[in-house]
Design a protein around this ligand. Structure first.
Ligand SMILES: [Zn+2]
Length: 252
């Protein structure tokens, strides 16, 4: 179900055990060859494909286009909710659904910069509602739900998600090729080893002059279709686990 299509009495009539899915993306630079709307378009397609499997068994909120993209602000056009504002935004959205009686709140994320505030939001939500035993707060990034494209298809070179990279450019070539510029001459930008396993604070400018990270020149629409199938299947499998939760167990 799509929340924005329903009347309030229709929402009021739903089972409160229906998972609420809140897709969260970002509007930010994606190198010289891809549009600012990339994360929104890609997550929108992954969620669209997944949502078709659920009909009335899950409630999908509209995709939140504004994300935490402060690390991209050196590149014109990027819009960002600063980290603490974004943290409050996620908390507030979840509180709205709790107010309406829903108990299973699931953020499906399509942007790396949302990951840390997203984890913090579900942590804070659980602490704030610690007396309750019937609530579930989850935050999941679509490309981190188990898919290993390089392990399944030797055509893939990148082994992890970059930025405006082989993976994202491929999906855009599949979804909206008219919005993809000269990806073929984009130079590879390595992921590097920045003091691993420590976490280094970074801006995108620290890592990339053009703005992308990875190997966009290797993108194809065929790879994009393979990625959409893998990622949307992962989201479906994950949401099935949420639906199957018994309402009280730690495991799920
Ligand atoms: Zn992206």
């Amino acid at each position: 179900m799509t929340l924005s299509d329903l009347s309030w009495p229709a929402v009021a009539a739903l089972s409160r055990d229906v998972p609420v899915v809140i897709p969260v993306a970002a509007l930010e630079q994606h190198g010289h060859h891809m549009p600012l709307f990339t994360d929104i378009l890609l997550l929108g397609e992954v969620v669209r494909r997944a949502a078709a499997q659920f009909e009335t068994r899950a409630l999908f909120a509209p995709l939140m286009w504004l994300g935490n993209s402060d690390h991209h602000l050196d590149f014109p056009g990027t819009l960002s909710a600063p980290p603490r504002v974004y943290l409050d935004l996620l908390n507030g959205l979840a509180e709205n659904f709790l107010q309406h009686g829903f108990r299973r709140i699931v953020f499906i994320n399509g942007h790396g910069g949302n990951d840390v505030p997203g984890r913090q939001a579900v942590f804070e939500l659980r602490q704030r509602h610690r007396q309750r035993e019937d609530v579930l707060f989850l935050f999941a990034t679509y490309w981190a739900l188990g898919a290993a494209p390089a392990g399944m298809n030797p055509a893939f070179v990148q082994r992890e998600m970059g930025h405006a990279c082989e993976w994202e450019t491929s999906m855009m070539l599949r979804l909206a090729p008219h919005l993809v510029g000269d990806f073929a001459s984009a130079p590879p930008v390595e992921f590097g080893t920045p003091f691993t396993p420590a976490v280094r604070g970074w801006t995108t400018r620290d890592r990339s002059v053009p703005g992308h990270i990875g190997q966009p020149h290797l993108a194809t629409a065929e790879k994009g279709e393979a990625l959409f199938q893998l990622f949307s299947a992962d989201v479906v499998a994950f949401l099935e686990r949420v639906i199957s939760w018994d309402g009280k167990s730690w495991n799920g």
